[in-house]
Design a binder for this molecule. Structure first.
Ligand code: HGY
Ligand code: MN
Ligand code: MN
Length: 426
């Protein structure tokens, strides 16, 4: 579907953009990948660097009481809020989140350098802990007033067992106010991100205008059997927690397809056997089950089915299984049709016919902001569809093209100018 292009075109500085992306990659570089989990010393260091770059771009900056980095335009609103995250998975790629934050920095600079857009207000945010070292989308949830820094939240721990409270104290952020969304300041929120999947590359497209973002639910299933001798305990007498876990995992993969939607996904991302040694029948076991879909009704159906499989496991009597939801579930969100149309028009302007509208199978801060502001997302291709892995990458040409499209779309979102033929959003 072709759309006429946008009335305003913005010039970015590709070398400056790539230079900042490469510099950010250096904070926690691990071979070709990046390890920069929320509030780790290297993450805090990178936040201070990012703050300095936002300062140099002429924005009023701060790092808030959770670690989110903000750059606020000195121009009067209404503003466009551009954000993403710079924290990574335990073994992450150099672009997941980071690209969208540096796009925001580059858009703020580029609009300020153009006579036709210098009066426009762009605020930039790097949300803390989108990747959930402590709690997924921690910074955007707090900004939107959906999460407060209570003692329970301070007590959340990361993979090393460090509490959020201790991490904030070590980062020098204890007692610093947590920023909240200023009512009436924003025309909307826009986030650019790598696709992290194969669809753009498979279809030979270079830009994705996101229609909706999936929801995600996370559970642990804990199994309580009886630890025993691996040699002397007859098979018929065992209460092998590991056996019960493997059986349930098999039933998930065997039966989920009949309950799932067309784009549902499910993952058993972690399995632990206790004590995990070869001559002991595991008395305890735990597995982590996550599933995602755009439709809450399908997520409900998958959850109900998973609970039925747990009941079925318990009926086998091998070990007692308990399914518990962990973390805050991510709720599916539709993106704003008018903002999305600005992305589609900008894509048509810079890459005629080289774009598609598509859903996001990854979780993003944009689905939190979408509950409070009109929100839009734009994707660039991931090479081989790989992400959440050191090998994650996108060609420099696609990174630069994506920023051109995003900057043009951002300017037009602020100008609120859709060409006269703007019909209702599809
Ligand atoms: O899991 C996700 O979808 C996101 O990349 N954290
Ligand atoms: Mn991620
Ligand atoms: Mn991300």
């Amino acid at each position: 579907m072709r759309r006429p292009s946008n009335p305003v075109n913005v010039t970015i500085d590709p070398d400056r953009l790539l230079g900042d992306l490469r510099r950010l990659r250096g904070f926690g570089a691990c071979g070709i990948g990046v390890v920069r989990q929320s509030l780790s010393p290297i993450d805090v260091e990178s936040r201070h660097w990012l703050r300095s770059r936002l300062e140099e771009a002429g924005l009023d900056t701060r790092i808030d009481g959770l670690g989110t980095v903000f750059g606020r335009s000195r121009n009067p609103g209404p503003a466009l809020l551009i954000g993403s995250h710079t924290d990574t998975q335990p073994r992450g790629g150099w672009l997941d989140g980071a690209m969208g934050v540096i796009y925001g920095l580059e858009v703020a600079r580029s609009l300020a350098e153009c006579d036709e857009t210098r009066h426009l207000a762009v605020d930039v945010a790097s949300w803390i802990d989108e990747e959930g070292a402590f709690s997924t989308c921690l910074g955007s949830l707090a900004f939107c007033g959906e999460l407060a820094l209570t003692n329970a939240v301070r007590g959340l721990t990361n993979g090393e067992g460090k509490s959020l409270g201790d991490a904030l104290r070590e980062a020098g952020l204890e007692g610093v106010p947590v920023e909240r969304c200023e009512r009436g300041r924003y025309v909307g929120y826009a986030e650019a991100h790598i696709e992290q999947g194969p669809w753009l590359e498979h279809q030979g497209k270079r830009i994705g205008a996101v229609t909706a973002i999936v929801g995600s639910r996370n559970f642990t299933v804990a199994f309580e059997g009886q630890q025993n001798h691996a040699g002397t305990t007859p098979m018929a007498l065992r209460r092998d927690a590991g056996h019960a876990l493997v059986e349930l995992a098999h039933r998930v993969y065997e039966t989920f397809p009949e309950q799932a939607g067309e784009r549902s996904v499910w993952t058993i991302g972690r399995i632990a056997l206790d004590p995990g040694v070869q001559s002991i029948v595991p008395g305890r076991a735990e597995m982590h089950l996550q599933f995602r879909d755009e439709d809450e009704a399908i997520l409900d159906r998958l959850e109900e089915h998973a609970r039925a499989l747990v009941a079925e496991s318990n009926a086998r009597g091998r070990a007692e299984a308990r399914m518990t939801e962990v973390g805050k579930r991510s709720i599916p969100a539709a993106m704003d049709g008018r903002l999305r149309e600005h992305i589609e028009r900008a894509a048509e302007h810079h890459a005629p016919g080289g774009w598609i509208s598509m859903p996001s199978a990854a979780i993003h801060d944009a689905q939190v902001l979408a509950r409070h502001l009109p929100a839009a997302m734009m994707f660039v291709p991931s090479i081989g569809g790989v992400s959440h892995a050191f090998e994650e990458d996108t060609s420099e040409e696609d990174i630069v093209l994506g920023c051109r499209v995003f900057a043009t779309a951002a300017a037009n979102m602020l100008l609120g100018r859709l060409p006269p033929d703007h019909g209702p959003a599809p």
